[in-house]
Structures are given as structure tokens and as C-alpha cells.
Design a protein around this ligand. Structure first.
Ligand code: ATP
Ligand code: MG
Length: 316
């Protein structure tokens, strides 16, 4: 079926990104709550239609770890993209920003009440890796924009990926002019970009972004804190040449090893998705009984006490 704007009741803004905003909408004909992303593009009609056609392959992207796609349409020079509404938002909003409780037990020793307990972090990571593996094996695409704002979660505790690069035309039009002060790009991508090379990277660049995202989700802060660098150039230099960041204390050796392997500087040394799924850190997820819904509820509760309202609910 084809969806259009007339069928939508706009309920409020879920968030803003670099290219537009995401609204919570109610689709009257089906009674489904959706997230509608508006992307402003300065393109002619044929290019816009090309994007809509390319987005169509999203209808084949059906997996438990992928946010469902409902359809897309254009109005003037905007593309509107409708997807499954995830009622707990993106993981950055759920664990940001760094409210890790520190309780010093004995001198020189630090114990942390982990923001994200290991079984929860493990399950989130497993979902991300399975989702990426599905995209690669079933649709032959790499994500290209793995970061905590593109990992969504709902109050059932389901973790799903969104905003992966399906449309070449859309990617081109969004031409990342600013790498930004929070880069999740792998060192080889940053190097390629600075030398104006096109596509010097492969699927293992996404593996780097997975490692960085896991650390950010665990800590509640971006692993290369901007305030510790003189400028963006210094920050990017640290990503390319400096030591890779690590998980906070309190996680197992397996968890640390998993992240360290994702963050190897040489892309050829990074594990494949199949290898990551076989890693002891993720293996342990298989038969684990993890109360994801309970963790989401407590995380939302904590964020609301901090004055961070994960979602702006608007009365209809
Ligand atoms: P960028 O523009 O660099 O991709 P971003 O991912 O934060 O950054 P958007 O993709 O525009 O930007 O999303 C804005 C915010 O909207 C996200 O951070 C997320 O919190 C929220 N959001 C996006 N999609 C959904 C969804 N399907 N359900 C609920 N919230 C969503
Ligand atoms: Mg996004």
C-alpha cells in the first residue's frame, strides 16, 4: 500500500538530526503509530523519485533487528520516510550522558554500578551485530552510519537498527560535508575522506563503529570527549593515530576483548560478523534470561529524573 501525508496525524517531535527532524505520527487508515523522518533535499523531481524507488528495497529489510519500513513519499523537495515507532527512542537518549554512579569501595579501587549491566549490553550488541549481518547477507548492503542514535529500542526491550545506506542517490545528496565533532567513522574512512578518496572502506568499517557505539552506550558519553581536544582536527587525529578507547571497568575480560577487536586500527584485522557472533562475549547471550523490558523501564525512569525526557509526548 502507498502512504501519504493526508493520512498522518502529527503528534510531536521525536528528535532532530543533521538533515531534518523525526515526528511521531499516527497513521489513521491502519491505526499504526509511526516515526516519520523528514529529509530536506535540494533536488529535482526525477532525482527525488529515484530516491523513493531506491528506498523501496527497504520493504525487503524484514528482520527482528531492523526497524520496519512502512513507505516513503515526497512533498516539494522533502523526502518523508515512515518507519516503525520505537517507544523508548535511541540508545544515546537512554544512557546519555555519563551519569555513571561511582562508589569507591577501598582506596585506589573503584567499583561502578554499571549504567548498562553486562547481560543487557551483551544483548544490545548481539542485536546490532545480527542486524548488520542480516543487511550484509540478505541485502548486500553495509550500514555506513552505525552510532547510538541509529540504534533504537522499545519498551518491550527489542533493539533495532535504522538509517542504513540503501539509497545511493540519497547518500550522495546528504554528502557528509562536516564529519562532525562526534565521528563514528573508522580510521581508514577518516583518512580516505581527508585525502578525498571515495569508498576506501568496506564492511569492516562498520565493525569499528559498532565497537565505538558499544563503549558510548556503556559509558553514556562519546568515547573521544570533545572537551579533551583542542579542535576537531586533533580529535580526528586521535581516532586515527591514538590508542583505541576501552569499555569502562566492571565489564568482563570477554567484553573488553570483543570491543578491542572491533577497534583494531587495521580494518583487515577486525573480525567478520560471523566471527563476532562466535565470540565468547556474544555466545553467552544465547540462553541468557535477560529482563530487557525491565532495564528499559529503569533507564527511562532514571533519564526522566535527570530532566532528560526521552520522548516528547504530545496530547492528541
Ligand atoms: P544524523 O542526522 O546524523 O543521522 P540522528 O540519527 O540523531 O543523526 P535522525 O536520524 O534525524 O538524526 O533522528 C533524530 C532522532 O529521532 C534520533 O536521535 C532518535 O532519538 C529519534 N528517532 C529516530 N527514528 C526513530 C524511531 N523510529 N522511533 C523513535 N525515535 C526515533
Ligand atoms: Mg538517525
Amino acid at each position: 500500500f502507498k502512504i501519504n501525508m493526508d493520512e498522518m496525524e502529527v503528534l510531536g517531535e521525536l528528535g532532530k538530526g543533521n538533515y531534518g527532524s523525526v515526528q511521531k505520527v499516527y497513521h489513521r487508515p491502519t491505526g499504526v503509530m509511526m516515526a516519520m523522518k523528514e529529509i530536506r533535499l535540494e533536488l529535482d523531481e526525477s532525482k527525488l523519485n529515484g530516491i523513493i524507488m531506491e528506498l523501496d528495497i527497504l520493504h525487503r529489510a524484514v528482520a527482528p533487528e531492523i526497524v520496519e519500513f512502512y513507505g516513503a513519499f515526497t512533498i516539494e523537495s522533502c523526502v518523508y520516510y515512515c518507519m516503525e515507532y520505537m517507544d523508548a527512542g535511541s540508545l544515546d537518549k537512554l544512557t546519555g550522558t555519563g551519569q555513571v554512579v561511582k562508589t569507591a569501595t577501598s582506596p585506589g579501587e573503584e567499583e561502578r554500578d554499571l549504567l548498562v549491566p553486562e547481560p543487557v549490553l551483551r544483548r544490545i550488541t548481539a542485536a546490532i551485530v545480527r542486524g548488520l549481518s542480516f543487511l550484509k547477507d540478505e541485502l548486500q548492503i553495509m550500514h555506513r552510519d552505525v552510532k547510538p542514535t541509529n540504534v533504537l529500542i522499545n519498551t518491550k526491550g527489542e533493539v533495532k537498527l535504522c538509517d542504513f545506506g540503501v539509497s545511493g542517490q540519497l547518500e550522495k545528496s546528504l554528502a557528509k560535508t562536516n564529519i562532525g565533532c562526534q565521528s563514528y567513522m573508522a580510521p581508514e574512512r577518516i583518512k580516505g575522506e581527508s585525502q578525498n578518496q571515495v569508498s576506501t572502506y568496506t564492511v569492516s568499517s562498520d565493525v569499528w563503529s559498532v565497537g565505538l557505539s558499544i563503549i558510548e552506550i556503556a559509558k553514556g558519553t562519546y568515547p573521544y570527549p570533545p572537551e579533551t581536544f583542542a579542535n576537531v582536527f586533533a580529535q580526528l587525529t586521535a581516532i586515527v593515530n591514538g590508542p583505541a578507547p576501552t569499555l569502562p571497568k566492571g565489564y568482563s575480560a570477554d567484553a573488553h576483548d570483543f570491543v578491542a577487536k572491533c577497534l583494531l586500527k587495521d580494518p583487515n584485522q577486525r573480525p567478520t560478523y560471523a566471527q563476532l557472533l562466535e565470540h565468547p562475549f556474544l555466545k553467552a547471550d544465547k540462553d541468557a534470561d535477560v529482563d530487557m523490558a525491565g532495564w528499559v523501564a529503569s533507564a527511562m525512569e532514571r533519564q526522566s529524573h535527570r530532566g532528560v525526557v526521552p520522548l516528547q509526548e504530545v496530547e492528541v
